[in-house]
Ligand binder design. Structure first.
Ligand code: PMP
Length: 366
């Protein structure tokens, strides 16, 4: 017999690191209803999977009774070739968020410090807290950019890791190569610098830093890439790090065994083979982003230029009220209470609807 409340009595103490953990809030899904709803809340690729990728996944499904290749052999070789880096420097995880978790677990523990800009990707403080390390938030500049000098100045002897998110989620701003060189020169080489380039494919700024160049130049750089955004494989979970060999070995050691499915590995390979089609989609998303940005400016929104597949509205205290306007207009956005609203770039139709909602939201403020 099952005793009443047996599952609600907390007998087992949870780790103290879990007590103050901020929650990861996934972008809301579009509610099912009669009206057209556009989900622009998770920076996903609005295009359906490429037919060639779907075919490969369908074929790979015949083997899902078997474990995947834990070494990710084929996709490792393909990425090494793609970036002209040693295969020993490439390692994978179930999305780049899992790779970020591996990195933190590999270098930071109880009492160590992990620095990142704020606001930035919300997983950084969660994963840092889970590792028992201390999250050090360095405010963005007034124009929503990384304050790299302040981040370098925040380094102490307990700092093990710094995340540089470029383009930054959720503000879309990117760091320049000059800024990042100055930063790398200022940061001690026993501190690992992770350049999180989840949105790098959408970055058209000629002055922008390219993580791989920094990986080649400095001994303490890890570059984080994902197949979730430009490559449109968010649902399959695959991302990777390019790192010094000994770091890559450590990441493989802390990785969950068989974390990257065979379907994800095959889909990633097929996507690399479809680079032209992917490139065409990126180009149209960038065009749509520029259009969305220009329209928001003309409405009167003070939006900073974005190099990612989303734009950032500074809505401050009115955020939750304005989010309702978007939701009612059929546009699901990501709201950060007290701060801003992030709108992912969708199809032209979805973006038109987002502009209409942004107009209504702006008028509400006026
Ligand atoms: N880095 C950044 C900056 C992100 O915004 C995201 C996704 N929101 C990720 C990493 C993780 O993406 P994934 O795990 O799907 O690769």
């Amino acid at each position: 017999t099952i005793r009443p409340h047996a599952s609600t009595v907390e007998r087992v103490p949870l780790r103290s690191a879990l007590h103050d953990l901020p929650a990861y809030k996934p972008g809301k899904a579009a509610p099912v209803s009669g009206t057209t709803q556009y989900k622009l809340s998770s920076n996903e690729n609005p295009y359906p999977p490429l037919p060639s990728v779907r075919d490969v996944v369908a074929e790979a499904a015949a083997g899902i009774n078997l474990y995947p290749d834990m070494a990710c052999t084929e996709i490792t070789e393909a990425i090494a070739k793609r970036w002209d880096v040693p295969a020993a420097s490439v390692s994978f995880g179930a999305g780049s968020v899992e790779v970020a978790s591996q990195i933190i677990r590999a270098v930071a523990g109880e009492g160590d410090e992990v620095i990142f800009a704020w606001r930035s990707f919300e997983a950084y403080p969660i994963l840092t807290g889970l590792a028992g390390a201390k999250a050090v938030h360095v405010p963005l500049t007034a124009d929503e950019r990384h304050d790299l000098p302040a981040m370098a100045a925040a380094v102490t002897e307990r700092t093990r890791l710094i995340f540089v998110c470029t383009p930054n989620n959720p503000t879309g701003t990117s760091v320049t190569a000059d800024e990042l060189h100055a930063f790398m020169t200022a940061v001690p080489q026993d501190v690992l610098v992770v350049i999180d380039e989840a949105y790098v494919h959408f970055n058209v700024d000629a002055a922008a830093a390219h993580g791989i160049d920094f990986f080649r130049t400095y001994p303490n750089v890890v570059v984080l890439h994902t197949f979730s955004k430009a490559y449109g494989l968010a649902g399959l979970r695959i991302g990777y790090a390019i790192a010094p060999d000994y770091i890559s070995a450590a990441l493989r050691a802390v990785a969950i065994p068989f974390g990257v499915s065979a379907l994800a590995q095959k889909a990633a390979l097929a996507s690399l083979d479809a680079e032209d089609e992917i490139e065409a989609r990126i180009t149209s998303l960038v065009t749509e982003r520029e259009k969305l940005h220009a329209e928001l400016l003309s409405i009167g929104w003070d939006v900073c230029p974005s190099e990612a597949n989303f734009v950032w509205l500074r809505t401050g205290e009115a955020t939750q009220e304005l989010e309702t306007i978007f939701t009612e207009a059929g546009v699901i956005v990501r709201a950060y209470p007290g701060d801003g609203i992030r709108i992912s770039v969708g199809t032209p139709e979805a973006n038109r609807q987002a502009v209409q909602a942004a107009k209504a939201a702006f008028n509400r403020l006026a």
